[in-house]
Write a protein that binds this ligand. Structure first.
Ligand SMILES: *[C@@H]1O[C@H](CO)[C@@H](O)[C@H](O)[C@H]1NC(C)=O
Ligand SMILES: *[C@@H]1O[C@H](CO)[C@@H](O)[C@H](O)[C@H]1NC(C)=O
Length: 328
């Protein structure tokens, strides 16, 4: 009797040690970016794209259209799972009492958010990256700080937290899907755009560092030239719009240079680049290798501007959309 209970205690102590080691490695996940990782912030914006209606969320628990721009989980949700954290709440959608309780991170991502701030005089269609960093600062000062007895403790916590940043696609989609601008964009302009965007992104990352962030995961931009929406607008002769992909490749190259430079100048920082190059092309070439039945949209969807419009609700609910790359 005694022996077996000892054994149990030992096991659960080990388990506790193990779990607390993981937890102490990353006490929180803070998320910044666009629709790839938005989990409901845009629901609370007056203007802008929203994913709070079907077909979004049809493979999410209870089929909730939470504001995620996908049928199921976002990549940020998978990070939560891998880190053993609960789903990170969208900052804009949480009330005061939740904000006061939350210590495992917030999500500030916003569908259609850009690196470069929006033009003045328009309604906020999204929280651009600058605003997101401001909201992060606000949440630390107003809420998270109160959980710690000293500045040192807060900084220790922030330095162990993970900062996930996935942004930039919308700066390109806006640019490249406006034919007037696109038409005049020569390689040098593309180069300049990548330079400006990556420099601006680096400034935001530095601001996060100055608030206390140390561990960053920053994503490249995916091959936007392979998105059905882009293909519809650009109408390339090849499988993907090569010129759009080339423009994105320049951004990704410059991003690598910026991140390398940041990690060598910002003491104690770690920057991990989430590589995207080649992923879409590879999936489009060999969809079956990735458990994907079709690269095309489910017949009940069509792309209208940035939106996915539902054609036939019943069919979608019958089939689900997990096996289609570009279904929402
Ligand atoms: C705040 O939000 C939580 C979760 O949605 C909810 O359970 C709670 O009742 C809300 N509190 C107030 C004061 O509205
Ligand atoms: C730019 O657009 C005009 C008219 O739409 C077209 O005639 C011209 O060939 C385009 N130029 C380039 C470089 O694509």
């Amino acid at each position: 009797m005694e022996r077996s209970s000892m054994h149990l205690v030992f096991l659960s102590t080990l388990q506790c040690l193990f779990l607390s080691t993981i937890a102490s490695q990353a006490p929180a996940l803070y998320i910044f970016g666009d629709s790839v990782v938005d989990s409901g912030n845009n629901n609370h914006l007056r203007e802008g794209i929203k994913a709070n209606h079907p077909p979004y969320g049809i493979d999410f628990p209870h089929r909730v259209a939470s504001g995620r721009f996908t049928n199921g989980y976002t990549i940020a949700d998978f990070f939560d799972k891998w880190l053993g954290l609960p789903l990170t709440p969208p900052y804009y959608s949480t009330n005061e009492s939740v904000r006061h309780q939350t210590i495992k991170g917030f999500n500030y991502a916003s569908g259609s958010a850009e690196i470069l701030p929006e033009r003045e005089g328009t309604f906020a269609r999204s929280l651009d990256l600058k605003k997101q960093v401001k909201l992060f600062e606000e949440s630390i000062q107003r809420y998270v700080r109160l959980h710690f007895e000293s500045k040192d403790e807060l900084h220790k916590y922030l330095s162990k937290s993970i900062f996930l940043v996935i942004v930039g696609s919308d700066d390109y989609l806006d640019n490249y899907l406006q034919p007037k601008h696109y038409n005049s964009s020569k390689l040098r302009r593309t180069d300049k755009l990548a330079e400006v965007l990556t420099r601006e992104l680096a400034l935001r990352l530095k601001e996060l560092y100055n608030i206390g962030a140390r561990k960053f995961i920053v994503s490249e931009i995916s091959e936007l030239g392979c998105l059905p929406y882009v293909i519809n607008v650009v109408k390339p002769k090849t499988r993907c719009a090569t010129n759009v992909n080339n423009a994105v490749a320049i951004f990704n190259r410059k991003l690598g240079v910026q991140l390398h430079s940041l990690s060598s100048t910002l003491k104690g920082s770690t920057f991990v680049t989430a590589k995207f190059t080649g992923l879409w092309e590879e999936i489009l070439k060999h969809p079956k290798n990735y458990g994907i039945a079709s690269i095309f949209l489910h017949p009940c969807f069509f792309w209208y501007h940035a939106y996915i419009v539902l054609m036939n609700t019943n069919r979608c609910f019958v089939f689900g959309c997990t096996r289609y790359v570009f279904a929402p």
